[in-house]
Design a protein around this ligand. Sequence first.
Ligand code: PGA
Ligand code: ZN
Length: 433
Amino acid sequence: MNDACAIRLVHARRVWDSRGRPTVEAEVGLEDGSLGRALVPAGASKGTREALELRDGGARFGGLDVLNAVANVNGEIARAVLGQRADDQAALDERLVELDGTPNKARLGANATLAVSMAAAHAAAASHGVPLYVYIGGPDATLLPLPQIQIFGGGAHAGRRVDIQDFMVVCPAAGSFAQALEWTAEVYRHAGLLMQARGAQSGVADEGGWWPVFDSNEQALEALVAAIERAGFVPGAQVAIALDIAASEFGRNGRYTLGLEQRELDADGLIELLLRWIDKYPIVSIEDPLAEDDADAFARFTRAAGQRVQIVGDDLLVSSAPLVRQAAANGAANAVLLKPNQRGTLTETLQAWESARSLGYAGIVSARSGETEDTTIVHLAIGWQAGQLKVGSFARSERMVKWNEALRIEERLGARARFAGAGVFGRNPVAGR
Ligand code: PGA
Ligand code: ZN
């Protein structure tokens, strides 16, 4: 087959992520000489219904090596996709799904399949001679996402120093993506100075947010508001707060244990606490407010707060179209977090977004806590017109590489660039029922 876009070469190797752990990198080469490369990220606070990340087990690197996933790419997957067109992403991804043969990539590993799925997209874009976001989204791909940027990191990303995982800011009043970053840079800097002044600056957490030396979760919220003010912004009007509670990490069977404050809440107790925070602080978005096994409470919270704030399903939805449809039927969440490695192919992740969008949900393309220099998700956020992007804090190059890539794209789009303001927040499609 000598089609210019036919896959001629597939090669994977083991590389290292931002936590110093092994991960999979794949390269896909085409008949016309185009080459694409992609690296796979890894989560720490993973949803139980995510596609399986294949790890070798045993003693080496704490069992986290990925030599089997690498071998699966170089052997079985390579043989199956050689000659396939890289620019028919749906057919290529379907081939990967069929080849694996399990509902959750348990045989080949979602880290193996995603590396190939993403590398093929990069190769196809190169072959077409356009940046990936243009290849994916065409001439309509002009919407720069509203970034959710972490200021304090907590939960599983900071040794559970505080229970809440992400204390983030969003800048819906900024005039451009570039300006949103400028504002965030000042907030991040002032948050660091504030911690220093309190004698509480102890480095950064996994995603680069300041290490959360606080006596309570609420103290982190107070510090965040103070940092926004010291940076010279009006909390709420200019710079607002987004939280990832990541409640599956401290809640099971309807019981939630706030380790820092040494108290246990039931679902309604946690809902009450979050509603109080929404009243008191300029919060515009809350992710995983309840645990993944507490769908009814998730829906109750959505009914109570979904008209006022964006309610994001991460562990609840794991970038799965069927789970998005189920949540919509139950009235849970009004936005979906989109992490390609939760599914293992680009096409399945896009299907989750298409389902969500058609049901009135907002979308946030997201990195993982274990990241690399890969910038694919930035192109997905713009190409898919998701409207929002979450990649961690405003420090560490595995985060900055993504913000910087979006800056380049905004500059390249010039006058055609649009910036997603507050209008991108989801509204609960079933609220008020
Ligand atoms: P993870 O965290 O990558 O560790 O799952 C990110 C998130 O929960 O959004
Ligand atoms: Zn999350």
